[in-house]
Design a binder for this molecule. Structure first.
Ligand code: OAA
Ligand code: MG
Length: 233
């Protein structure tokens, strides 16, 4: 687990902000990390966007108890109890600017994140979200342009389904262990995770490959008499 200083966080976010997932993939290869970093392709963005951040991890596990039978007028109170005692995540209140929120929810079909709590974390500086489970209220997340990558879309609330386990621990997201402090880059190609100890080395070669690629595409733009855009400048 890596704790970056504020200055290092800013430097890393700047270093990665223009890189595509494909460039970061190349940068990993150049550091002999061919086997590692690419999150399983079934974890997809809700809409086409990109995000870069520093991993802030949480782990949830399936809830093992059954929900006691009760009338609806008692259920509201029980749900409040559940959210306060079983699925409350204190880390949600401690978002720092530049965090990439990484949630291992053990693949459970539940929307731990919805449009309300995600927007609250986004407003505090979360740059993106990734989960190996579901997310809900997706129409509003798209409307608000909150960058989100998930395995599925889920309709369901937490109660009776999921238990908060830990914050700031290594988690398995789509076959990649994400440690707090790792760099997470995500775009339409999916999600890639750069181990913190390789963060600067990977960025160096990712930039090398990005620049070479831009040069090639820029020449084709010129042949086509197309106006240059940010993808080739
Ligand atoms: O209430 C929840 O557990 C998640 C949710 O839908 C939201 O925050 O909008
Ligand atoms: Mg909601």
């Amino acid at each position: 687990m890596k704790h970056w200083t504020k200055e290092e966080r800013k430097e890393l976010l700047d270093l990665y902000k223009d890189l595509r997932v494909a460039d970061v993939r190349d940068g990993m290869d150049w550091n002999m990390m061919h086997h590692y970093g690419t999150v399983s392709a079934d974890i997809r963005p809700l809409f086409r966007t990109k995000a870069v951040g520093i991993a802030k991890t949480s782990r949830y596990v399936p809830y093992e108890e059954s929900v006691p039978n009760m009338p609806p007028e008692e259920y509201t109170e029980w749900v409040a109890w559940y959210y306060k005692n079983i699925s409350y995540n204190p880390g949600n209140k401690n978002i720092e600017d530049g965090d990439f929120v990484v949630i291992d929810q053990s693949g459970v079909d539940v929307g731990i994140q919805g449009s309300n709590n995600s927007l609250a974390m986004y407003s505090k500086g979360a740059r993106g979200f990734v989960t190996n489970g579901g997310v809900r209220d997706t129409d509003e997340l798209i409307l608000n342009q909150v960058p989100f990558w998930s395995k599925s879309i889920s309709q369901k609330m937490n109660q009776g389904r999921i238990r908060f386990e830990a914050n700031d621990v290594p988690v398995n997201i789509g076959g990649v262990v994400v440690y707090p402090g790792d760099i997470v880059v995500a775009d339409g190609d999916g999600v890639i995770v750069v181990p913190s100890k390789l963060a600067f080395d990977v960025a160096k070669y990712a930039h090398q490959e990005m620049e070479a690629d831009k040069e090639g595409r820029r020449a084709i733009y010129k042949d086509l008499r197309w106006e240059l855009d940010d993808s080739v400048r």
